[in-house]
Ligand binder design. Structure first.
Ligand code: SF4
Length: 336
């Protein structure tokens, strides 16, 4: 396709739009390097595999970058606030584009492309939001949205004369028809379907747990481990400073064991039961309540007591009766 053009960095999510944006950029003769960021909040098994498969199908290299630690700061204090859950979408886009900009410098690339489509998502992809993200990320006209490029202001590649306005597409709105048609034409098959969301911060129960933790301990005190633990088990607030976390199945029990350090662990030596963790300082009454809640999820014969082993700095054994399933505390203390 004519003379060799400069290189672009393409944000790849594993979805169709970002794959098409990268594909179009490549078809226009630019070198393309794909990038995907792992934030620690991503959902969906095999997402990285999908991104790599997209890269392979397009014939472009892909950089998978781990940004977990830095991304926490975005979640803790987003300048533009949260969406319906605890998803700081605008700040998240800005953060990722800043990172893409750094990669652009390192790779000697000239601009960054994304699969954003004008008007596709009411909160984050209307014209003002697109402009804001371009400005705040520091990319300015180096940020290109090829799928809607004909409808947006001229960007760096156009100003340099590497492309004409009509080379970009004019897709807008929520319909996926044209994208699916292009995928067929260009033979792009390996992409993930847009599902409920790519990010656990959107999930109602995770968001509720995170809000609770922000309230009780303050965002800045939270560690990566705190955020990770919120993903697993049933959570109960015992007091402003203490929580109980109860595994829901064997896999989760094993995961919770991995979080035992610095927490009390409750086990059931006599009956099949969950692994449970108690976090924060607890008095005798709260510890017994925690054991009774956890016992509610163990196979204790009706009306009987069971032993609960408390593992921690001072191991001991409690004898408790499970809370009845209709005890209002199960509902009142549950978080998320
Ligand atoms: S849904 Fe999550 S990953 Fe996607 S833009 Fe919003 S905060 Fe970022």
């Amino acid at each position: 396709m004519g003379e060799k053009k400069p290189t672009a960095i393409a944000l790849l999510s594993g979805g169709l739009d970002s794959a098409l944006a990268a594909a179009l950029t490549k078809r226009l003769g630019f070198g393309v390097v794909g990038v995907n960021f792992s934030t620690g909040f991503c959902t969906g098994q095999g997402r990285c595999d999908t991104v790599l498969a997209v890269g392979q199908a397009l014939g472009i290299p892909v950089r998978l970058l781990d940004v977990d630690q830095e991304y926490l700061e975005v979640v803790k204090a987003p300048k533009f606030g949260y969406g319906s859950g605890m998803n700081p979408c605008l700040d998240c886009r800005i953060f990722m584009l800043k990172k893409a900009g750094e990669l652009m410098e390192r790779e000697g690339a000239e601009f960054v492309v994304t699969g954003e489509v004008l008007g596709q998502r009411p909160m984050s992809q209307h014209r003002r939001a697109l402009d804001l993200v371009a400005a705040e990320s520091g990319l300015g006209d180096r940020l290109v949205r090829p799928l809607s490029g004909r409808l947006l202001a001229a960007t760096w590649p156009e100003k340099q004369g590497w492309v004409r306005r009509e080379d970009w597409l004019d897709i807008q709105g929520r319909s996926r028809r044209r994208q699916l048609e292009l995928a067929r034409q260009w033979g792009i098959e390996d992409f993930s379907q847009p599902a409920g969301g790519c990010c656990i911060l959107l999930e109602k129960s995770y968001a509720a747990r995170l809000r609770d933790l922000f309230r009780q301990r303050g965002p800045q005190a939270l560690t990566q481990e705190d955020f990770a633990l919120l993903r697993h088990g049933r959570h109960f607030r015992l007091s402003p400073k203490a929580k109980l976390i109860v595994g829901r199945d064997e896999t989760e029990n094993a995961v919770l064991e991995g979080f035992s350090r610095g927490r009390l662990r409750l086990e059931f030596p006599d009956v099949p039961g969950p692994t449970a963790l108690v976090e924060g300082p607890v008095g005798e009454e709260e510890l017994v309540l925690a054991a009774r809640i956890a016992a509610r999820y163990a196979d204790v014969p009706p009306g009987e007591e069971t032993r609960v082993q408390v593992l921690g700095p001072e191991p001991r054994v409690l004898r408790v009766r499970p809370l009845p399933p209709d005890d209002p505390r199960l509902r009142e203390l549950r978080v998320g």
